[in-house]
Design a protein around this ligand. Structure first.
Ligand SMILES: Cc1ncc(CN)c(N)n1
Length: 232
């Protein structure tokens, strides 16, 4: 299937993410707390936007059961993944609400978010949006499965974070793959290339997002808080 081909091509990128500092720090259970704080500040805002992009995606679908399922995904992203974030806040030893208060769309997360919005607004068919969104659940599921397969995290304070992503993504991937594969059956080669780029670019955005947190990447300027806060 077309989505199997996408996952095959994403393999090397995901393996690179696995070997980058963020995931290696999670595995060792000693990742810099500043990297986790930066990640939470960015990821809280990223998930807020991901939930909104689901609403743009829903407008492109006709399948009522699928729409119903995605309503559950909006709830999961807004209220379920907080559990994974709480594990990280506990590791940092700081109140979650306090950590995320001054978050921003840092350069790499900004680019990732806008990549998804661009495709949702530029193309009518849901598949273009889905291919930009799908690495979000897929990359985390694959990383969590690799970590669990290769390491025993007993006693690691971040084990609940890994465990969270080994299970919660399966049903979503089935739905997303179904929509993309049925579109791919009648898509032109140039449309398939856009779908491939959307998916692989988002896999690279996932890598850059983790590295952004390790580097504590920020913009080289500060704007009055009022403008930044209006984005939160
Ligand atoms: C950037 C990003 N990508 C993926 C996930 C997993 N839903 C996340 N929480 N944040």
């Amino acid at each position: 299937m077309f989505t199997d081909e996408l996952k095959q091509q994403a393999g090397p990128i995901i393996e690179s993410i696995y070997h980058d500092d963020f995931i290696q720090g999670i595995i060792r259970g000693d990742i810099d707390k500043e990297a986790i704080r930066h990640y939470l500040k960015a990821d809280h805002l990223y998930l807020n936007e991901f939930a909104k992009i689901y609403s743009l995606l829903i407008a492109k679908l006709d399948d009522r059961d699928g729409i119903n399922f995605l309503l559950g995904q909006i709830d999961f992203v807004l209220n379920g993944e907080i559990e994974a974030h709480q594990t990280m806040a506990a590791y940092v030893g700081e109140d979650y609400e306090k950590i995320i208060r001054d978050g921003e769309w840092y350069p790499s997360s900004d680019h990732y978010i806008k990549h998804m919005y661009y495709n949702a607004l530029r193309y009518d068919d849901a598949s273009f949006t889905i291919c930009a969104m799908a690495p979000c659940p897929y990359v985390y599921q694959q990383l969590a499965l690799k970590i669990t397969e290769r390491h025993d995290l007993t006693g690691n304070p971040l084990k609940p974070w890994v465990d969270f992503y080994t299970v919660n993504m399966d049903e979503l991937m089935v739905h997303l793959d179904g929509w993309v594969n049925s579109f791919a059956e009648q898509a032109t080669e140039s449309e398939l290339d856009i779908l491939r780029r959307n998916f692989l670019e988002s896999c690279v955005h996932e890598r850059r997002f983790f590295n952004m947190a390790v580097r504590q990447e920020v913009w080289e300027f500060h704007v009055k808080d009022s403008i930044i806060n209006s984005r939160n």
